[in-house]
Write a protein that binds this ligand. Structure first.
Ligand code: UDP
Length: 342
C-alpha cells in the first residue's frame, strides 16, 4: 500500500515516514527541500531499514504535480505536510505563503480527482482557534475559529475551507485535517529531529541550542500573563505521538472507518505547560542550568491554549502517551547527537 508523504524530509514528515514504514506501508516522499535536508533520507533508511522513494519538486507547480501523479497510479493516500511555516516570515512575505501553501494544496486536490486518489490527511494547526475564550478551554474541535493572526495561520484556515468545499463537490474524496498543538521532541534513535535553519523561532530548539552553547541566552517572552507562573501556556505534544496519529488517520480512511468524508481532529495531550515548566523539565532531565532571562512579551503570542483531545481519543482510538520529560529529554539527546555528528 503506497502512501505519498509531501514534505517527508521535514520535521513532522520524517517521523511520520518512519512510523508508516514500520507499519508496513510503502512510502514515496515529495519534498522541494526548501527547509529540510536530503541527508534525512539516510537517517530514515538507517532507522527503518528501507529507503523511501523520493522526488524533489515544488508541488505549487501545477504542471510538475500533474506530471508526477500521471506516473504514480498506485498511490492510495496522501499525507500533505509540505508548506511554509514561519509565522513572522509570513507577515513579511504573505504572497509567498498564500502562493505556496494554497497552490500546492489545490494542485494536489486537482490531481486526486483526476487520478482517483481518495484519501488526504492534511496538516492543520491549533492556530485556527486563536486565543480561545475561557469557556472554550480546553479547546475542542467545536470551538469557534478566530480570525487568523498571521498569513500563515490564514493559509491553514483557508486550506481547511478549500478541502471542505472540494469534498462537497467531488464524490469519492475523503480528508482528515489534524490540528496540531505544539509538536516537540525527537525520535528515540536521535537520528531524526527538529532542524530549524538559522535562529530558531520555537521554544524547544531554542532551549536545546542554548544548552549546547550555540545560543547565548534564551529569552522568555513575558512573565505577566494570567497563568500560574506568569509565562504562556501551550499543549506540547511529543513528535512520536503526533507521527502515530497520522498513521492512525490514514488507516482509518483506507479501512473505510470515517463517519463523514471530512473529519477534523485535535492532536494534543490535554495538558498545558508554561514556558518555565518546560525549562524546569529540561533542567531536570539534562542536569544542566539553562541560561535564560525574562524579557517583554512577543507580539502576537497567545496567552494560553491547550487541547481537549476527547474526540480524537474516542474516535481515532489514539492517545498521546509521552510526558513533558520525554519531550525535553529526546529533544536534548537529538541536539547533542546531531551536533556531534555534523
Ligand atoms: N518562547 C519563548 N522564547 C523563545 C521562543 C518561544 O519564551 O525564544 C515562548 C513563546 O512566547 C510561547 C512558547 O514559548 O509562549 C511557545 O512558543 P513557540 O514559538 O514554540 O510556539 P507557538 O507560540 O507557536 O505556540
Amino acid at each position: 500500500m503506497k502512501i505519498l508523504v509531501t514534505g517527508g524530509t521535514g520535521y513532522i514528515g520524517s517521523h511520520t515516514v518512519v512510523e508508516l514504514q514500520q507499519k508496513g506501508f510503502e512510502v514515496i516522499i515529495v519534498d522541494a527541500l526548501f527547509n529540510s535536508r536530503i541527508e534525512v533520507l539516510d537517517a530514515i533508511e538507517k532507522i527503518s531499514g528501507t529507503r523511501p522513494e523520493f522526488e524533489s519538486f515544488d508541488l505549487a507547480d501545477r504542471r510538475l504535480t500533474d506530471e508526477f501523479f500521471s506516473r504514480h497510479h498506485d498511490i492510495k493516500g496522501i499525507i500533505h505536510f509540505a508548506a511554509h511555516k514561519a509565522v513572522g516570515e509570513s507577515v513579511e512575505q504573505p504572497i509567498k505563503y498564500y502562493r505556496n501553501n494554497l497552490d500546492s494544496l489545490m494542485n494536489i486536490l486537482e490531481s486526486m480527482t483526476k487520478y482517483n486518489i481518495p484519501n488526504l490527511v492534511f496538516s492543520s494547526s491549533c492556530t485556527v482557534y486563536g486565543q480561545p475564550d475561557a469557556e472554550h478551554l480546553p479547546v475542542s474541535e467545536k470551538a469557534p475559529i478566530k480570525k487568523a493572526e498571521s498569513p500563515y495561520g490564514n493559509t491553514k484556515q483557508i486550506a481547511e475551507e478549500i478541502i471542505s468545499e472540494s469534498i462537497n463537490a467531488y464524490k469519492g474524496l475523503n480528508a482528515i485535517a489534524l490540528r496540531y498543538f505544539n509538536p516537540v521532541g525527537a525520535h528515540d534513535s536521535a537520528m531524526i529531529g527538529e532542524l530549524p535553519l538559522g535562529v530558531p523561532n520555537n521554544l524547544m530548539p531554542y532551549i536545546t541550542q542554548t544548552a549546547y552553547g550555540i545560543r547565548e541566552c534564551l529569552k522568555v517572552f513575558g512573565s505577566d500573563y494570567p497563568t500560574h507562573d506568569g509565562t504562556p501556556i501551550r499543549d506540547y505534544i511529543h513528535i512520536m505521538d503526533l507521527a502515530k496519529a497520522h498513521v492512525v488517520a490514514i488507516e482509518r480512511m483506507i479501512n473505510a472507518k470515517m463517519k463523514k468524508s471530512f473529519e477534523i481532529f485535535n492532536l494534543g495531550t490535554g495538558t498545558g505547560y508554561s514556558v518555565l515548566d518546560v525549562i524546569k523539565s529540561f533542567e531536570k532531565v539534562s542536569g544542566l542550568k539553562l541560561n535564560y532571562e525574562i524579557v517583554g512579551r512577543r507580539a502576537g503570542d497567545i496567552e494560553m491554549v491547550w487541547a481537549d483531545p476527547t474526540f480524537s481519543n474516542d474516535e481515532l482510538g489514539w492517545k498521546a502517551e509521552r510526558c513533558l520529560d520525554d519531550m525535553t529529554s529526546s529533544a536534548w539527546k537529538w541536539e547533542q547527537t546531531y551536533r556531534k555528528n555534523s
